[in-house]
Design a protein around this ligand. Structure first.
Ligand code: AKB
Length: 318
């Protein structure tokens, strides 16, 4: 992997992944793909090339691939779960129509493709605890429908056309850099912002609702390591369960209170997000990722909390 196009480079994952790839592949073109109105700014704009790439335009994707001789595409364009429930047609257009465009360009121009799936690809009748790698996937959200369709389409392009498609099922991702927008797991980011700002946190998710979460540095490493993995060891491709921690609001609250003892939280339920969270697993079994490409997380809840608070304090002191 030398020349990489990141579609959705200014989003929650893309903004950090682009910078990390630029730090690793210093001799390549790491192209920050963006849509009109979400242009890269600051260091993201200054540290490498960028190109307008709307995932709904196969032509724009192909132009960027040709111009920068791209060999790997990170397809990060998607609407998160709660927004997708409110805009299901657009979620399908971006999540499935957009992926189809990416895969067609990749087939013609011989690119490898990473497209994240999610814990949202599971549904109410999936085993809830230690959810296996290969299990029932019948989600009842549009987000989940696009993620399962994406997994199937990516596997189809791999076995039918030989496109090197790979993916992981991301848990809720927690970061102090770019906030997420419209996800069910966003509360686990927002809670740190409230704590560091000295505000009472209004938690939209009920106590006792467990979901898998992951600190962004582990997620970025997973996205890079799966694309670098030895293909001959991969039994699975789209998409691997990965996991590092599972918690409910009470646990993350308690973890933050160790460092900010007077922090307060109240519950103010959001019915849409709660219904989505209730349909997702409590925790995933990531043994296939560990066995097939040596996946191993580095952060747990407490090490993440310490780092988040430290980094947000620096951010807010500027
Ligand atoms: C969301 O909450 O929509 C995402 C996800 C878990 O895929 N963060």
């Amino acid at each position: 992997m030398k020349n990489v196009l990141i579609i959705g480079s200014t989003g929650q994952i893309g903004s950090e992944l682009t910078m990390k790839l630029r730090g690793i592949y210093t001799n390549g073109n790491i192209v920050a793909g963006y849509i009109k109105g979400a242009e890269p700014k600051g260091v993201l704009a200054e540290s490498g090339p960028s190109a307008e790439v709307d995932i709904t335009s196969a032509e724009q994707i192909a132009q960027a691939v040709d111009k920068y001789q791209v060999d790997t595409i990170y397809n990060l364009a998607a609407l998160l779960s709660a927004v997708a429930e409110n805009k299901p047609q657009l979620a399908w257009k971006i999540g499935v129509g957009g992926l189809f465009n990416v895969l067609e360009v990749a087939r013609e121009k011989h690119c490898a493709v990473f497209t994240p799936s999610s814990i949202g690809s599971f549904g109410l009748n999936t085993p809830k605890d230690h959810t296996p790698q290969d299990t029932i996937q019948r989600p009842n959200t549009m987000y989940g429908v696009t993620k399962v369709s994406g997994e199937l389409l990516s596997d189809y392009y791999a076995h039918r056309f030989g496109v090197d498609t790979r993916s992981v099922r991301f848990p809720g991702l927690i970061s102090y850099v770019t906030p997420p927008g419209g996800g069910t797991t966003d509360y686990a980011v927002d809670i740190y912002y409230s704590a560091v700002k000295g505000e009472t946190f209004k938690c939209p998710i009920a106590a006792g609702t467990f979901m898998d979460m992951m600190y962004m540095p582990d997620a970025l490493r997973a996205a890079i390591e799966i694309m670098e993995a030895d293909a001959s060891r991969l039994v699975h491709r789209n998409s691997f369960n990965i996991a590092s921690m599972s918690f409910d609001p009470e646990m993350i609250y308690a973890s933050i209170k160790k460092y900010i003892p007077d922090f307060k939280m109240q519950y103010e339920h959001d019915h849409l997000r709660q219904a989505i969270a209730d349909s997702w697993p409590n925790s995933l079994d990531d043994s296939c990722a560990r066995a097939e490409w040596d996946w191993k997380p580095e952060f747990d809840l407490d090490t993440m909390t310490r780092d988040m608070i430290e980094k947000l304090r620096v951010k807010f002191s500027k």
